[in-house]
Design a protein around this ligand. Structure first.
Ligand code: PHE
Length: 343
């Protein structure tokens, strides 16, 4: 044993690289095992000349410590997966699942409704959620003390003012703004959030969403209204869907109607969704009252029009069989994930 041999071995140990965990153990045996190189050197140490013992002793001890440290470091690195090419990472394993977000069902339904009317040539019009009395009521033929104002419980921002400001109760207000601003003919759909002072339950909410539509031109008839609704519901709920129109009342339309579709669950035979009737109510509609046209300076002797309005929550409930309105507002991811495949 020479000093050079000890130094060379020390250098070799410092440069050691391994491919697998077993290699670390092999190296340990080769260096420090019973017949290992270092063990052997310690045996040879016995025959080192006394005057060289101190120097050899120090070198050998250093070698042994370094070897033990290196082996320990290799094993640790190996276990942490830090050595290129010999990590524990299994590249063949399937990756961690990446959670995709979902679009909210109200957005999905809103988009689908607007797309369908878009194909029929309807533009999209939007307006403010905070409105004045004129656009929500007066221009829509609600006289000041008309009982129809009680039909919708309204959130007033300044209840005692003579010039009330309020949260809109329907997006018909946007139709008024469109009639005031846009040239004729008009063909628009008005999506938006609306507010009514109602107790929250499975079937009612104080905030919900509507899409209302308005078509004004010369010679627009009730038959046009019926056909537009029929085409819409067949696109939305399937080609076999039937419609039924029941007489109704709205201050802004005359005649007025409420529209039902044949139940898309039982096909009209009667089930618990349609409560055995075979029909589901989906919207209000009617011919625009001449007073409404005149309030927006449209000549009602030359022009006629129809309007309709539907709740997006209601349409989405019927399309996807959601049984509680509150799901739409709670944003429980388990509910939202149900719509991943709809996107
Ligand atoms: N504005 C009515 C509502 O909010 C819906 C409707 C619109 C009815 C247009 C008839 C015509 O209930």
């Amino acid at each position: 044993m020479t000093k050079e041999e000890i130094e060379q071995l020390l250098q070799k140990i410092e440069d050691l690289k391994v491919q697998k965990l077993q290699d670390v153990e092999d190296i340990r045996v080769k260096l420090l095992g019973k017949k290992g190189e270092i063990t052997k050197m310690f045996e040879e140490f016995r025959s080192v000349l006394p005057e060289q013992k101190k120097e050899f002793g120090q070198k050998l001890n250093l070698l042994k410590t370094k070897a033990a440290e290196k082996i320990e470091a290799l094993r640790e690195n190996f276990e942490n997966g830090q050595i290129a090419g010999c990590s524990k990472f299994d590249f063949t394993k399937p990756g961690d699942k990446f959670e995709l977000g979902t679009r909210h069902p109200i957005s999905l339904a809103r988009e689908e409704i607007l797309n369908i009317f878009g194909k029929f040539g309807y533009a999209v019009a939007e307006g403010p959620e905070i409105e004045d009395d004129w656009h929500v009521f007066t221009a829509l033929n609600f006289p000041p003390d008309h009982p129809a104002r009680d039909m919708q419980d309204t959130f007033f921002i300044n209840p005692d003012s003579n010039d009330p400001i309020l949260l809109r109760t329907h997006t018909s207000s946007v139709q008024v703004r469109t009639m005031e601003r846009m040239p004729l003919p008009i063909r628009v759909v008005c999506p938006g959030r609306v507010f009514r002072n109602e107790a929250i339950s499975a079937r009612a909410h104080c905030i919900f969403h509507q899409v209302e539509g308005l078509y004004i031109d010369k010679h627009v008839s009730f038959a046009d209204l019926k056909q537009a609704i029929l085409l819409f519901v067949r696109e939305m709920f399937g080609p076999d869907t039937q419609i039924r129109m029941r007489p109704s009342y709205f201050p802004f339309t005359e005649p007025s109607t409420e529209v039902d579709i044949s139940c898309n669950i039982c096909g009209g035979k009667g089930c618990n969704i349609c409560k055995g009737t075979g029909w589901l109510e989906i919207m209000g509609a009617g011919m625009v009252d001449p007073n409404v046209l005149e309030a927006s300076h449209i000549d009602s002797t030359k022009y006629t029009g129809f309007a309709f309005g539907m709740g997006i929550e209601r349409i989405a409930m019927l399309k996807w069989q959601v049984n509680d309105l509150r799901h739409y507002f709670e944003n429980d991811v388990r509910f939202l994930r149900e719509f991943q495949s709809v996107i």
